[in-house]
Design a binder for this molecule. Structure first.
Ligand SMILES: [Zn+2]
Length: 309
């Protein structure tokens, strides 16, 4: 995909592109999964309509995807997808609204649907095979110049992020608190027992560290950001991820409530895990996102926003 591609300006080309992506292994019915399907031709049929010969249902390529039931033409959806995938720090709904010629409200809902599709379904534990996994937590809240009070910190959102050093991927989880059992739930669900855990010196990591092949930490209290004795022991990768996330949240996404934070994290995890440094350029990243969108069942209906765009 390039920005000059006709799939971004022509709705028919966009549909054909999505068909090729979603049905790379053959067209199937989204209602029953049947493979015995017929493309409806002729003037009476809406272009891109298929009929299932098993359940007799009709469908188009957007049925069951985050693009379903949208009045926004598919070429604009593909453009929004490309812009989100190729931006470095995120794209604002205002920018999408301007570039696509849709209202701000529509752009906002489009962005949330695209983010929904960026959520990874991969639950493979990090560090499988004995690699290093960095774990760290951070606070996300409104920026104030003053040093936040204890109460302000308590009200900030808390995020735990993990980096798999072997694959270079990140995974982030919003948590209610930073109690040891909360952190243990995140770490035990996402880190392989054969991994080498790398954290800062925070006391809550020490007991759980014994559950892994090894546990090493840096002592920030002693101004140690890379272990003096072992340069591989640091949490700078995960801190770098937080830095990109926070800059993005500050510059682009000023109004993010806690209820949406996991979606923004999914977006940043997706871009981080499919970044240029891992050999994934803009066009490939956009393609991967489209494949993810095509394979993702609708879940945003739960939030009652289905019929907006
Ligand atoms: Zn069917």
């Amino acid at each position: 995909m390039k920005l000059t591609d006709t799939i971004f300006t022509d709705a028919t080309k966009a549909r054909e592109h999505l068909e090729k992506t979603r049905w790379a292994n053959g067209t199937y019915c989204p209602h029953c999964g049947g493979l015995n399907v017929t493309k409806l031709e002729g003037k009476a049929a809406r272009p891109g309509t298929w009929q299932c010969n098993m359940c007799r249902g009709q469908f188009t390529v957007t049925v069951g995807t985050v693009f379903e039931r949208s009045k926004v033409p598919l070429n604009k959806w593909l453009l929004a997808t490309y812009l989100v995938a190729s931006s470095k720090k995120g794209v604002s709904a205002h920018q999408i609204s301007r570039q696509l010629g849709v209202t701000y409200k529509t752009a906002w809902f489009m962005m949330h649907r695209i983010r929904e599709a960026m959520r990874s379904d991969d639950t493979t534990p990090f560090g499988s095979g004995g690699g290093g996994v960095e774990v760290d937590e951070t606070f996300i809240g409104k920026d104030t110049d003053a040093k936040p009070s204890k109460m302000a910190i308590r009200n900030m959102c808390k995020v735990v992020s993990l980096i798999d050093r072997d694959t270079g991927r990140s995974r982030s989880v919003v948590v209610d608190d930073l109690r040891p059992d909360t952190l243990w739930q995140v770490v035990s669900a996402n880190v392989s027992r054969e991994a080498n855990l790398i954290t800062d010196e925070a006391s809550h990591y020490k007991p759980m560290g014994r559950e892994f092949a090894s546990h090493k930490w840096v002592s920030h209290a002693q101004d140690e950001y890379v272990s003096f004795s072992d340069p591989s022991v640091h949490t700078q990768t995960v801190e770098g991820f937080f830095s990109v996330f926070k800059r993005g949240m500050k510059g682009i996404y000023q109004h993010c409530g806690k209820q949406h934070l996991h979606r923004y994290l999914a977006e940043f995890d997706f871009r981080y895990s499919n970044r240029s440094a891992l050999g994934c350029e803009d066009s490939e990243r956009a393609n991967r996102l489209l494949i993810s969108i095509a394979g993702k069942r609708l879940t945003y209906r739960r939030t009652g926003e289905a019929c907006y765009a």
